[in-house]
Design a protein around this ligand. Structure first.
Ligand code: PHE
Length: 357
């Protein structure tokens, strides 16, 4: 019995891992283990022998079992120690930031404008950025050799001589989408169209690509009053002010009659723009009543329907609202600029939740 004890207690102490320990357990106290077999022999003993051997074997079995448990615990502790040593992590290292992208001011303002006009029942329409000369000019009452073509610094697309397609341009404004929407949807209709437009121009407030949003409402009795109301509602909501004064200045666009450029009252006191107060005026858009020729080109009978339209620079109103001094920086993809002027990707502008927060 002493021999058995020495053998297994030292085997347990020597077991270097749980698998070896399990082998030792089976060899000692498993069903066919040495100690178990010895216990079976108790039955063949005479009562005197059994009285001595029985308790001694039980004590041995208990001692081996507790040694097994103790060894198991210390092996597990050692394994944990080992993992902790190996899976070492320096939590003081600077983290690698996730989701560091941000929403570009142009996207943010596009969403804001969309939310405001959606509330007034305007759907979002889109058109191609490479468009035919007809959609960009002719259909908008800007015939060939009209001075407006030269004024727009148009980018013409190259086409080979053998190509019989009409000339194409990079659209110089979003107004061609007026025509496409009229063709597609007919009257009545209420759309806005945000998107990229192109003109060969480059300085602090001009880039060859920029963004506009077009608005168009066609119905039976649309008047300048509706245009005025819609724009006033828009400006108040967009600049997040309660009152704002608009100035409609008579102007000229070939595709509207009458036409008006719209200024808003503002102050530049201390170099900071405040909308709705002060003695300055800031031009923000062109607008007017859709010219009958344009309605006709869009397949809508001008004797039955009329409409208003406007076109506004998205980048320009983004600069004004968020105090961004140089338009060119919008398109430099400078990460520092994007971090500074960008918006959180989870902050969706909405009229209920707040536009810019
Ligand atoms: N398309 C004009 C521009 O780019 C703006 C405009 C749109 C004016 C609709 C009147 C009506 O300057």
């Amino acid at each position: 019995m002493q021999e058995l004890r020495n053998k297994y207690i030292s085997a347990i102490a020597d077991a270097a891992d749980e698998a070896t320990l399990e082998d030792v357990r089976l060899a000692a106290v498993g069903k066919k283990g040495e100690v178990s077999l010895k216990m079976r022999e108790l039955g063949k003993m005479n009562p005197e022998e059994r009285q001595i051997a029985g308790p001694a074997l039980n004590a041995l079995k208990n001692e081996i079992n507790s040694a097994l448990v103790a060894r198991k615990v210390s092996l597990a502790d050692a394994a944990l120690e080992d993992r902790l040593r190996n899976e070492w992590l320096d939590v003081t290292l600077p983290s690698r930031r996730r989701g560091q992208g941000s929403i570009h001011p142009v996207s943010q303002v596009t969403e804001e404008v969309t939310a405001i006009f959606a509330d007034m029942g305007f759907a979002v329409a889109e058109g191609p950025q490479v468009d035919s000369d007809w959609y960009n000019f002719d259909a908008l009452n800007i015939p060939d050799h009209h001075p407006a073509r030269a004024e727009m610094d148009t980018f013409y697309m190259y086409r080979s001589e053998s190509d019989n397609q009409p000339p194409h341009v990079l659209r110089t404004h979003t107004s061609p989408v007026q025509l496409r929407s009229m063709e597609k949807m007919g009257a009545p209709l209420r759309i806005i169209c945000p998107g990229g437009v192109y003109r060969a121009d480059y300085d602090q407030t001009h880039t060859p690509m920029f963004h506009q949003v077009e608005g168009l409402a066609v119905d039976k009795d649309i008047s300048m009053a509706n245009l005025k109301w819609a724009l006033e509602e828009f400006v108040k909501a967009f600049f997040e002010v309660d009152e704002v004064e608009l100035r409609f200045r008579a102007s000229h666009f070939p595709f509207t009659e009458p036409s008006a450029e719209v200024d808003i009252r503002c102050s530049w006191a201390g170099g900071q723009l405040k909308v709705g107060e002060g003695d300055d005026w800031l031009e923000i858009l062109g607008s007017g009543m859709v010219h009958p020729k344009v309605l006709k080109a869009g397949g809508i009978d001008p004797n039955e329907w009329q409409g208003f339209a406007f076109g506004m620079g998205i980048d320009r109103i983004a600069m004004l609202k968020y105090g961004i001094p140089d338009l060119r920086a919008f398109f430099d993809s400078d990460l520092r600029w994007l971090h500074h002027y960008g918006f959180g990707s989870l902050d969706q502008p909405s009229l209920q939740g707040g536009l810019s927060r």
